[in-house]
Design a protein around this ligand. Sequence first.
Ligand code: AMP
Length: 473
Amino acid sequence: MSFEKLGLRTELLKALAQKCYACPTPIQDQAIPAILEGKDVLGGAQTGTGKTAAFALPILQQLSESRAQVKGPRALVLAPTRELAAQVCYSFQTYGKRLNLRSHVVFGGVGINPQIKALSQGIDVLIATPGRLLDLAGRRAVDFRNLQCLVLDEADRMLDMGFIHDIRKILKLLPTKRQNLLFSATYSPEIKRLSEDILNRPEMIEVARRNTAAETVAQSAYQVPKNQKRILLSQLAQDGKWEQALVFTRTKHGANRLATQLASDGIDSAAIHGNKSQAARERALSAFKNRSVRVLVATDIAARGLDIRDLPFVVNYELPNVPEDYVHRIGRTGRAGKDGQAISLVSQEENKLLWGIEKLLGRKIDFVGNEKPVNSSARHQPKNTPSGSKPKNRSTSKRSSNRRSGNKNGSDDRERRNSNSKPWNPGESDRQPRSRCRRRKPAPSRNSESEVASKPPNRFRKFFSKRATASSR
Ligand code: AMP
């Protein structure tokens, strides 16, 4: 299917051509016609699948066909974080730049008065985080009377972040007759309840199995003591000549400290987290995007919605407490069919967390460098991996994980039973390639950057062999 066949207007097609989007991704293939028909949509799609364009394009098309001289927004997109909201607004502005429609974003952490002024001048599409939108509504700065379409983007994350009450308050302010689109990477009982409350006979669309990592992301792990992680990371970045790596820590303080330490190792780094001002967050992000800083250290919440073109590396400096966050984190790389690497630095204390992640993924994550991880007895095996099996090479484990994805006893089915919820419309699309218009890159050559990255740095080879000797004593 091409974008032309989806019935999009020339102005949008020109914008897509300028972005070099040759053909629609699976979610775009399915969602665009449904939205153009005016249907409600329940979309099971993770970030990285092209879901923003899947709703932005048909919304822009619909709004452009019924131009109204009204001030209030005709479409409202709610997003969990400032970064995602800004990203979504940027997409609307980019795709719709030939349409003479106004898209505007509002979020907290910045002055409210310029937002009130912008709203008073009239807009077509409003992208907002829930808290700030309620503040604006409380000041009567936004008029929802002409609203035709509501989008809840990353609805699961909004619920995780405790926005359900704000969302329900916002719903009460909106006209009851409207089109509703809800996108979520996971389908929990809470999402099910919310979708039943909001959506009217929705078209169910799912393009990637829940809780699966993109196949284009090569995942590996290093077993490393907590106090050695920073040295290992510096070494990986330097030996591998990394130009761009997004590194996740669990705490804001930890993010600051690591960015400073890496900078003292000669690696230009910045931190992004919820305690930073919006201006500082934007500065850090744009420095990372234009590659004047090589490493961006982020917490989970702050990294939500970050769309960094062709990001090659994601590093889990600390594993997340919630296994699903691992999937969200590594989804920052390997986007839109591109290859990417996700590297986890796992201390012994985190082995249990790794086990939880492996259980969720239904596959094992190979350790690099030390075939026998330090204290390997502490390492749990996921249920569906033969215990004690040796780490496989990457291509073998990819094949076997693909085989397992068809396994009815996989983690997905277990979760469905536990959650007592209806499964997503079981996706034939699960088996579709993520993007049919891009050819996969050839496997990296032996001397390529990714090859370097997957080897333990020299210093660590020494470290691992010392540890192995010490622990055998
Ligand atoms: P999203 O899932 O909306 O965050 O999009 C992920 C990335 O895919 C973004 O960088 C988009 O610019 C890109 N993208 C979206 N649709 C397409 C497409 N049809 N072809 C190529 N890239 C796309």
